[in-house]
Design a protein around this ligand. Structure first.
Ligand SMILES: [Zn+2]
Length: 309
């Protein structure tokens, strides 16, 4: 391993969380003081067409930073970080940094256990999941002994383990050997990265495309790694807003670039299949950091290159 790589990797874990406090602002509130913005925009349309988002353009009217709302509590306050995720009331999930000490990046409580399991333990896990699926099928009125369903619980267990394989990914492995010193300060964009994720509220898929842009500050990431980063966070139980921010924040941590922009357009099965959202419509979320947030021109150039303006 080269010194430079070792340095790059060690840097990933060295940014201490700031002490700024989370507040109890409503969801989707813009937080100016934290230097982040996020917009969620769902458009309903009969065509495969949606309206433009205008990330953070409306958020510059208020100049007051996030205010501190101390709350009496018997439990120790969760550690807050300087994070766009701190726009919601404190939860261990929203307050974790995107890159944590062991590089797992926002693990669920069982992620470590899952990664460290022996082949025997992995087999037992798969068996427990399929037993549970069998119960679900029976409770739904099915005959789990009929031919078509005989191996469905096992298949489903394996499918779910695949759909959530991002829990087993380590961000250091994902970006391994792909951070390069480069005297390049022009915008880098990878668009139309396909993602398949699972809505954590309904456990059904949402899928669509991620567009990632950044302006380097002497360091660039191998292009294919941008897609790997998106994949790592998508293969977990997610909400689209968080997925958007995690990708942006991870990239910010890894490269310390001048700015990062992430836009996700996705279709949610929990919405379209229940008629809440029409088929063909999509939900658009964006997270703009650094110069993408501060400079309207930069943001517009990015959205222009995505064909969103
Ligand atoms: Zn859902």
């Amino acid at each position: 391993m080269s010194d430079k790589l070792a340095r790059d990797i060690s840097e990933l874990n060295l940014s201490p969380p700031s002490t700024s406090s989370s507040s109890s602002l409503p969801p989707n509130a813009h937080v100016n003081g934290a230097g982040y913005s996020t917009t969620a925009h769902t458009s309903i349309s009969d065509h495969h067409h949606h309206h433009n988002t205008q990330p953070s353009s409306s958020s510059s009217s208020s100049s007051s930073p996030t205010t501190h709302h101390p709350k009496p509590s018997t439990r120790p306050a969760p550690r807050a970080i300087d994070s766009p995720l701190a726009i919601r009331p404190a939860s261990p999930y929203t307050l974790n940094p995107p890159i944590d000490s062991d590089g797992l990046s926002w693990p669920s409580v069982g992620a470590r256990k899952r990664i460290d399991s022996t082949p025997e333990e992995a087999e037992l896990r798969e068996k427990r999941i399929s037993d549970a699926v069998k119960v679900i099928l029976e409770e739904l009125g099915e005959d789990t002994n009929r031919e078509g369903l005989l191996e469905t619980p096992e298949r489903y267990a394996r499918a779910m383990l695949y759909f959530t394989k991002g829990y087993e990914d380590n961000i250091r492995d994902v970006i391994k050997r792909a951070v390069f010193e480069e005297d390049h300060d022009e915008m880098v964009i990878v668009r139309d990265i396909e993602i398949y994720s699972l809505c954590e509220h309904h456990l059904v898929p949402f899928f669509g495309k991620v567009h990632i842009g950044y302006i380097p500050n002497k360091k660039v990431l191998g292009l294919s790694k941008l897609a790997r980063l998106a994949e790592m966070y998508a293969r977990r139980f997610q909400v689209q807003e968080r997925l958007t921010k995690q990708i942006a924040m991870a990239l910010k941590e890894i490269l310390k670039p001048q700015g990062v922009a992430v836009v996700i357009e996705a279709t949610h099965m929990c919405m379209v299949s229940r008629g809440i959202q029409k088929t063909g419509s999509s939900t658009v979320t964006s997270c703009m950091l650094g110069c993408f947030r501060e400079a309207q021109k930069t943001r517009e150039e990015f959205l222009g290159l995505l064909g969103k303006r």
